[in-house]
Every structure is written in structure tokens, then in C-alpha cells.
Design a protein around this ligand. Sequence first.
Ligand code: ADP
Length: 380
Amino acid sequence: MTNARIKPDAGNPLIGVLGGGQLGRFLVNTAREWDIRLSILDPDPEAPAGRVAHRFQVGNLLDYETVIEFARDLDILTVEIENVNADALEAIEARIPVRPSSQILRMVQDKGLQKEFYRKNGIPTSEFLLIAGKLELPESPERYPAILKLRRGGYDGRGVTRINSPAECPNGFDMPSVLEELVPIEKEISVIVSRNSKGQTAAYPSVEMVFNSDHVLDYQVAPADVSVEVEAESKRIALDLAEILKLEGILAVEMFITKSGKILVNEIAPRPHNSGHSTIEGNRTSQYEQHLRMLLGYPPGPTDLIQPHGLLNVLGSGAGEPVVHGMPEALAIPGVHVHLYGKAMSKQGRKMGHVTVLADDRAILLDRLNQLRTLRVGPV
Ligand code: ADP
């Protein structure tokens, strides 16, 4: 099915966004600078983007009728989360541009389809096996240790588990899953690329992501500490993906650099991404502006670094009233920018905001990120 095109004289379009989290909130902030109206749909009446959007509707992103009704008077529809009703998007894209397309979203929603897509298109990725549930886990000991992932619905490391031996197979999921070989990871990086309807593309410098033992992001820095060759090759792979997908928008490509220097694609997200938050202060064009440029068929903006930068999530430190602790200390550190998402309640470990810090010297950058760990949001 061909998508409807954006008219060059679209004037002041009304852009719908499925999802109203922090990514949607930053998209709204950017759209305001161009006097572009954003309409947000999110199930949470207190959604961070809902408070700042031109229009906000509370509703279930997975409900066909809700999404169809939401899109009734929109000029363009986009997403800030993948878990949305793809059938509704397919119906809507016969009438208005839907970016990313329902076809891309269907593939990305399922880690099994993603892996098959990489294999079919010669994109390097780890070896894998698709199974219907844990009873289908292979019994041969040489398959382990391995990583088991739910095909659908996992995020931020939830729905990912390590199986060390056949004896641990009962710990697997009772749902369709992907069994992946355990990659000897040296580094995890993300490259964000963009492409518009004219086929114009751009790639951001790679971002290095450092995870804690629970597979949750600890901090990230840009540029990643990788060789010139790895930097060039990872950008090439990410741009290849954008081209194969005929993407109109932005795409975050998460990759593993193995101990032997190989690059393997882990997963992709066809929308603004957490790894791109620090492009707001750290790069000449933020990922949010780049996404809007691509949606509207405008040329991509320059992606170069303004200065090396790092990012730390500001996490909830308990359940209750979201009171910010450590703000004066954080703001005393040079090169710091604090972003708080306005979430109504804090929960232990919940992402309540993030802080970006800029510094030319990497050791200074890491030291400043460390000092910022005292910044938290939670009950007094
Ligand atoms: P999510 O979508 O929940 O973020 P990921 O697929 O990104 O899940 O996996 C979360 C983390 O688990 C990765 O960032 C990486 O640290 C680790 N991981 C995932 N796949 C593998 C693998 N095949 N080998 C080794 N570690 C992996």
C-alpha cells in the first residue's frame, strides 16, 4: 500500500503522536518553536506530553477504534512508542501519512520478525532461534549460556533473561520468544539516522550506552569511544537500514561491538529514542527537530557534536510525591542541563527525568556524571 504524501503547502499541520511520555513531551517542545500543533494520545491522564501539547486525548493506544477516531482530523500521524494498534495505522495510512508506516511498526513490535528481517537483508546480528515457548528450548548443552527474549511486549530489559544451561530452561517464558547466542559484548552503542521522502539522510555520531547488571541503562556518552572504522561502519549499517525500510523519520539502531570488534545490530526503534536525549544540548540539531524535519519532508539538519556530552537518568527513589532532591548541587556543576518530565508520582527506579552534561575531556565528563548521581526524585 502506498502512503499518502505530505503536501508542500501543508501550512500549519496538525500532527498526531501516539504516546505521551517524555519523548512526546520533547517533540511537543520542539514543534512549538515552529508553531506546529501536536495532538497526543496516551492512556495516562497525567502523561508528561499531555500537559504541554496543543491537544491531549486520554485513550488506549492498542484499541483500534480509539486510534481511528483520534486520527480523524490529523494531517500526519507519528508515534513515540511502538506498542500501538498497527491495524488502525494501516487503515489510517490510506488517507494521511503515517510515519513510521504500519509495516515498519509491525516488524519492530516483534523481536522475532526483527531478527528475520536482519537475516533476510544481510544486516549483521547475533545467531538466533525462534520458539513458541520454553518447552521448545533446545536440550543440547552447547546452546548455552544464551539470552532469551520475549518476542513482544518487553522493554528496558524486562522480558530478557539469561539461560545458563538446559537445567535453567524452566525459567524461560511460556510465550513466543527468541533464543539468542550470548554475545561477548565489549560495548553497546546507538546510532540515530534520519531519512526523508526525498531520500535525504543524516547520521548522528554514535552514543555509548553503559548498562547495569539488571540490563537497565546506567549512563551514556557521546561520542562513543570506538575506532574510526567502527564509527564509519556502524553509521553505514544504520543508514542501510533506513534505506531498506524506505524510512521517513528517524531510526535509532542499537548495536553491540563484540570483543573481537564485530558490529551486530541488537534492535531498532523508528522514533525518537532515549539514546538521543542529549542531542538537545549536545548536537547541532536535536533528534526531535530531526524527526519533525523528516515528517515534513524538510532537509535534515547538521548532526555534529557541539561538545562531547553524557547523560544520566534521574530515577525515582521511592513511591510517592515527586520531590526533587539534589538540585542545587547538580546545578553547581558546569555544563549541566536538567530535564524533569513532570510525572505525577515517583516510583522506585522510574525514569523521572534526565540530566545532560557537556565537557571536552572524557575523564571530567565521567566525573561530573558520577557527581550527578545524587540527583533523584522521590518522597521526602
Ligand atoms: P530491551 O528491548 O528490553 O531493552 P534488549 O534486547 O535491548 O532488551 O536487551 C537488553 C540488554 O540485554 C542489552 O542492552 C544487552 O546488555 C543484553 N543483551 C541482549 N541481547 C544479548 C545477547 N544476545 N548477548 C548478550 N547480551 C545481550
